[in-house]
Structure formats: structure tokens, C-alpha cells
Design a binder for this molecule. Structure first.
Ligand code: ADP
Length: 442
């Protein structure tokens, strides 16, 4: 028999014995009911006494020993003791784990802030407190966007895409840069990771300055060399044998000038990742100009089309937009044979404005596409050099688009052609200047 069942039989036996003893005493006294009532009252008293001891012990269980009672009461007390021990064990483990977690996050070289769905600070580690100047007494429960007012961070927080961190300067004028990245988790909660990137930013600035200065310094001697080569090239007294090498030197000097021009433009664009404002740009007029540039090339694709499917204008920095679009159109012209065609298209929809350059050129193998916007990345270095490419065009495009909150989409099939599309957000669209639906074809 199970101990629990045995115990219950024992308890039932005890009640029956009480009843029998009560009846026996009643029979001796001449009144069965009085005897029974007295016996049951005594039993009830005993039960109440046990209940009292159990309740008293439960209240003082942290320091008092459990009452020594047998039967069902003893078993109940033993179960309570077991539950209590188990709870204490789990509590201790939980506290230990919390302490370890707190110690490890406090030792992290990066700041961590936990935000709830309302963007209020729930917890932060020591480093986050130091970097963001948060005070645990006053700032817990406050909204992070009320404490961190850097416009870049506010824009970042309002976005749905947190895949890349944002770099802010918490105190203007000081040389401190913080990288902030939001990691969503759970039910709308956010983890804000903070790290000090001042050193990286300083090194980056030194590198940028070096490239800009070196390019600047190279420009003047190169202008002189190009000038002399130009004069020499037109000198009738020159031996015709050296004309070929001089023409080649002029081509190479031109390439170097182009590389330096692109390097200078890139370092100017890299100076700040600030989103630019700007004025409405007439995309139709710009594309018409770019088409003329392509047609002015000594060798160009047979057909160059411009399709304007929206009268909306693009709000941005005109020279930058011109540079980005012209780089894309230039590439399409360079990497498409004379019998091919190019189409430039501008259209708008609910997602914003889109500019696409599609060509029927050589195409790009899929594995190269993700790296195209890296500086000096060329799929076919020989072909790029032969066409006078600097390898910096798409890096410039990427930076310009970043500064306009836009992104570049590249699709290409080897041997069939490529399509480079710039997607601008709706806020970049400017007032409609009368719907103009035109198609120009060369
Ligand atoms: P480049 O000055 O060499 O053209 P870019 O940065 O503009 O440099 O382009 C990088 C590389 O991407 C090019 O060298 C070329 O291999 C490839 N590329 C760019 N546009 C096209 C295109 N429309 N068709 C084929 N390949 C292209």
C-alpha cells in the first residue's frame, strides 16, 4: 500500500476510534450522545491545535522549526517544507544569475540600454550611463528621445529599419562620437547599444584629409603636364613617331585627372553623412542634358531613350544629383556596345521617386553586384581602364544617394544588360510642375 493511502487509513481509523471511544464513554455514563459529542469536541480541539501550530509555523518559517505532528498533518507540513526548500533554491539560483548578468553587462565595454515599447528607459548599464550621461535616480522611466536630442538619432529612431547604426555627436563642439544601434526584441521592446567611436572617426577623418590633400597636391603638377602634352601634340615640328606615345600620355594624364577629380568629390561627399536638403531639381531637363552628353561621345549606343512618367520634381542638391545620375548614365554608355541601347526613366509612385538607367550592355556577373559601390572596385579592370573609368563612379553614386535618404538597386544579367535604379523616399518629391509625359529617342 502507498504511504499516502496508509496515512489516510490511519486518519480514518483515528476518527473511528474517537467515535467508538466517545460511544463507549457515553454508554458507561448512560448517555451515548454526550459521550460522542465530548469525544468529537476533543478531536476538533486537537485539529484546531494542529491548525494553529501550522499557521504559526508558516508565519515564522524562516527561523522556526516545523511542528512535529504525525499523520495527515505531518505529511502536509513535510510537503510545505519541501515546496519552501525548492522555492528558496530557485530564488537563490535566480539571484545568482541576475548578479552574474549584472556584473557581466556592467563590465561590457559598450553601453546597453533597455527601452520598453513606449521608448522609456527600463534599465541601463554603467557604460551607457557614462556615455549618455544617464542618472539611474532621475532618468529611469524617461523617454530616450527626450534625453538624446541629436537630430540624427531622432530620425533613426523614427525609422523602421535599424540594421545599421547611427553615429552622433552628443555634445556639439566636442570631439566625441557615439555609435547607436537599436535591436528590437520581445514585444516591442528595444535594446539600445552604445559605443564610443571617436577614435575610429578621428582616424577616418585623418584618412579622408590625407586623400583630399594628396589629390589636391597632385592636381597642379598634372595640369602642367597635361598642358605641355597638349602643346606638344600640336607641334608640327615633332617627329611623327613620337606622336603616338604623346597621345597615349595625354590619355593617361586625362585618366589621372579624372581619378583625382572623383577622389576630391568623394572626400567632399564623405566629409559629412548629413542628409542634404536642397531645391527642386527638374529631372526631365537633367535627363535631356545627360542624353545629349551620351550622344556627344565619339562612340555611343545607337539608341538613347528618355522616359519621363511623372511631372514631379526631385528635391535635393542639384550638383550632387547631376553627378550621381551622370555617373550611372556614363557607365551605361561605357559598358554598352554601339549597337545596343540605353533607357533613362523617371517615375513616381506611393513609395517615392525612381530613376532607372537600363542598358543592353555587357552585364555584370551576379557575384560582383554587392561590391560594385566599393572604391576602385571594377568587374573588368581592363575594360574599365580602356573606357577611362576611375572605379569611383558608383562609390560617388552611393554617397550621394545616402545623403538624400535614397538607395541604389542593381539588376544585371551577363551578356544581356544591366539596370541601375535609384529609389528616393516620398519626402524627396517636390511640387508637380505640370504633368509632362514625353519620350525622346535617338
Ligand atoms: P568605373 O569608373 O570603372 O566605371 P564605377 O564605380 O562607375 O567605376 O563602376 C564600377 C564597375 O562596375 C565598373 O568598373 C564596371 O565593371 C561595372 N559597371 C558599372 N556600371 C555598369 C554597367 N552599366 N554595365 C556593366 N558594368 C558596369
Amino acid at each position: 500500500m502507498q504511504p499516502a493511502t496508509q496515512m489516510w487509513w490511519f486518519t480514518v481509523g483515528r476518527v473511528l476510534t474517537t467515535v467508538l471511544v466517545g460511544l463507549g464513554a457515553g454508554w458507561l455514563l448512560g448517555n451515548l450522545w454526550t459521550g460522542l459529542a465530548c469525544a468529537l469536541a476533543l478531536h476538533l480541539g486537537w485539529v484546531l491545535a494542529n491548525l494553529f501550530r501550522l499557521e504559526w509555523w508558516l508565519r515564522h518559517r524562516n527561523y522556526a522549526d516545523p511542528p512535529d505532528v504525525g499523520g495527515v498533518w505531518g505529511e502536509i507540513i513535510a510537503q510545505v517544507v519541501r515546496l519552501h526548500r525548492r522555492k528558496r533554491f530557485h530564488k537563490q539560483r535566480f539571484v545568482q544569475l541576475m548578479r552574474q548578468l549584472q556584473r557581466s553587462t556592467a563590465a561590457l565595454p559598450n553601453g546597453v540600454v533597455i527601452l520598453n515599447a513606449q521608448r522609456e528607459i527600463v534599465w541601463f548599464n554603467r557604460m551607457a550611463g557614462r556615455l549618455l550621461e544617464l542618472r539611474s535616480t532621475a532618468d529611469l522611466g524617461l523617454r530616450i528621445d527626450n534625453l538624446l536630442r541629436a537630430p540624427e538619432f531622432l530620425r533613426y529612431l523614427a525609422r523602421a529599419d535599424y540594421s545599421n547604426p547611427v553615429v552622433i555627436r552628443p555634445t556639439m563642439g566636442e570631439d566625441t562620437y557615439l555609435s547607436l544601434q537599436v535591436v528590437p526584441y520581445g514585444d516591442g521592446q528595444l535594446l539600445l547599444l552604445v559605443s564610443d567611436v571617436s577614435r575610429q572617426m578621428r582616424l577616418e577623418a585623418v584618412r579622408r584629409d590625407f586623400v583630399a590633400n594628396a589629390s589636391h597636391e597632385l592636381r597642379s603638377p598634372l595640369t602642367v603636364i597635361s598642358g605641355y602634352l597638349e602643346t606638344l601634340g600640336h607641334d608640327p615640328a615633332l617627329d611623327p613617331e613620337v606622336l603616338g606615345p604623346i597621345a597615349e600620355m595625354r590619355r593617361q594624364a586625362e585618366r589621372m585627372t579624372q581619378i583625382i577629380r572623383d577622389l576630391l568629390e568623394l572626400s567632399r561627399l564623405e566629409e559629412t553623412d548629413e542628409v542634404v536638403g536642397g531645391n527642386p531639381v527638374d529631372v526631365a531637363a537633367l535627363l535631356s542634358l545627360l542624353r545629349k552628353d551620351v550622344l556627344a561621345r565619339p562612340v555611343h549606343p545607337r539608341e538613347v531613350r528618355v522616359r519621363i512618367d511623372s511631372g514631379m520634381q526631385l528635391s535635393g542638391d542639384e550638383p550632387e544629383i547631376h553627378s550621381a545620375f551622370s555617373n550611372l548614365v556614363d557607365n551605361a554608355a561605357k559598358y554598352t556596345p554601339a549597337e545596343g541601347s540605353i533607357e533613362m526613366r523617371w517615375w513616381t509612385d506611393g513609395e517615392g521617386g525612381h530613376f532607372a538607367v537600363t542598358d543592353t550592355g555587357f552585364g555584370i556577373p551576379a557575384e560582383h553586384i554587392p561590391r560594385l559601390t566599393e572604391r576602385f572596385y571594377r568587374v573588368d579592370a581592363g575594360r574599365s581602364r580602356a573606357t577611362g573609368g576611375s572605379g569611383l563612379g558608383l562609390a560617388i553614386v552611393k554617397h550621394v544617394l545616402q545623403r538624400h535618404g535614397a538607395r541604389l538597386e542593381v539588376r544585371s544579367t551577363l551578356g544581356e544588360g544591366s539596370s541601375f535604379t535609384c529609389h528616393f523616399p516620398p519626402e524627396r518629391l517636390a511640387r508637380p510642375a505640370g504633368a509632362a509625359l514625353t519620350t525622346e529617342t535617338a
